[in-house]
Design a binder for this molecule. Structure first.
Ligand code: PLP
Ligand code: COI
Length: 362
């Protein structure tokens, strides 16, 4: 792919490695550039890296009205050799296409996605924030740009990648277990719907639920299936729990659960973690009874942004609270976080191919 570079002038660009004095937080900052590519006349064309800035978009663009837009979230890390490595980006590229297919967006060759992201990180590599637990958060997305008000798939799209120099997702750190609201009122996905995709609309639909969670003092909602029988996932994370023998259980992926790359990684790391990690259908009644009997000792969420989010308690809409174990971060949850983040940071070697060097292209 021939990428056209339209870079900021040397004096406008960052010239020294980013060394923030304070925690930069998650998702707040942007780098100097973004990657763009358009879909027109049946093909993806015009790959380019340009200064980060506003788009010109038609007021009638389909994405603005009907939400035909998908996104991904991935991370890159700096290792001791001072090079930047992406974590399992091929899985994100694959999933972007799966999400795209679910809402009729044309696929974008996965190797092109990887090349685009590589080139962008390379151009903005000085933006990697040199601080504890930092990463470059990678946000690729595709949105429908055709100016048309009838409801059918757009004929035109833009693929964009932006980067966010980020610190840890939870500013309180990993030591604080969160509370989740178990809601029977809000549902994130239904069979045959778009729940297994990272379609933008899924997240718009979760906003009201997020507000309700906050009213209950909870960080997020733990969604149930449409019949309120099974545990599905959290708004931006898969869910897991740990049995007293150390077995880690993640709800089986279905078309109402996003196939989390973090969950897939934990499933693949079972041997390294020294415990069984498996998937099964998780029934709400049994889940709660098992917490109360002590059969379940830990729980949490898996996702790129936070990696592992320990859950200390659940609250129901009638204000009933169920505390997991002693309500604090458990040793299994801690170990999972440690093992995965050590691999990401290059402290220990992970499975073949998980970390990919960002080549110096420019
Ligand atoms: N579930 C939902 C709905 C999400 O938005 C995310 C975040 O991407 C996840 C799960 C976790 O997926 P991953 O581990 O690939 O980030
Ligand atoms: C991620 O974990 O990367 C996500 O995409 C979640 C996001 C909605 C913050």
């Amino acid at each position: 792919m021939q990428i056209n570079y339209n870079l900021k002038t040397a004096s406008e660009r960052r010239t020294e490695q980013f060394e923030p004095k304070e925690n930069v937080g998650f998702g707040n900052l942007r780098t100097d550039h973004m990657f763009l590519m358009d879909y027109r006349d049946g093909e993806w064309r015009d790959p380019r890296i340009v200064p980060y800035g506003p788009f010109e978009i038609a007021p009638g663009a389909i994405a603005l009205h009907y939400g035909q837009s998908v996104f991904e979230g991935a991370k890159a890390f700096k290792h001791d050799d001072d090079e930047i490595y992406t974590f399992r980006l091929n899985k994100n590229a694959e999933r972007l296409n799966r999400s795209a297919d679910i809402i009729c967006i044309p696929a974008l060759d996965e190797s092109m996605q990887l090349e685009a992201i590589n080139a962008l990180i390379d151009v903005d590599r000085l933006w990697f924030p040199m601080q504890e637990d930092a990463c470059l958060y990678i946000r690729p997305f595709i949105f429908a740009t055709e100016d048309r008000l009838s409801v059918s798939p757009s004929e035109e799209y833009t693929f964009c990648v932006i980067l966010s120099p980020s610190g840890p997702y939870y500013s309180d750190g990993f030591d604080k277990a969160i509370r989740l609201l178990i809601s029977e009122r809000f549902h994130r996905a239904v069979p045959g719907g778009t729940g297994a995709s990272k379609a933008a609309g899924n997240y718009a639909a979760s906003l009201k639920a997020g507000r309700a969670a906050a009213e209950y003092g909870a960080a997020q909602v733990l969604y149930l299936d449409a019949n309120n029988k099974q545990i599905e996932e959290v708004g931006a994370m898969n869910h897991f729990h740990v049995l007293k023998d150390g077995t880690v259980i993640i709800p089986t992926f279905t078309d109402t659960i996003l196939k989390s790359i973090t969950s897939e990684s934990i499933l693949e790391l079972g041997d390294v973690l020294g415990c069984v990690v498996r998937q099964e259908t998780v029934m709400l009644d049994k889940f709660i009874a098992d917490i109360e009997s002590g059969e379940i000792i830990e729980a949490g969420g898996f996702g790129t942004a936070a990696v592992v989010s320990p859950v200390g308690s659940y609250i129901f809409e009638d204000n009933r609270i169920v505390t997991v174990g002693d309500g604090h971060v458990g040793k299994h949850t801690r170990r999972i976080y440690q093992v995965l983040t050590d691999i990401q940071k290059g402290k220990v070697e992970g499975p073949q191919g998980w970390m990919q060097l960002v080549n110096r292209v420019t």
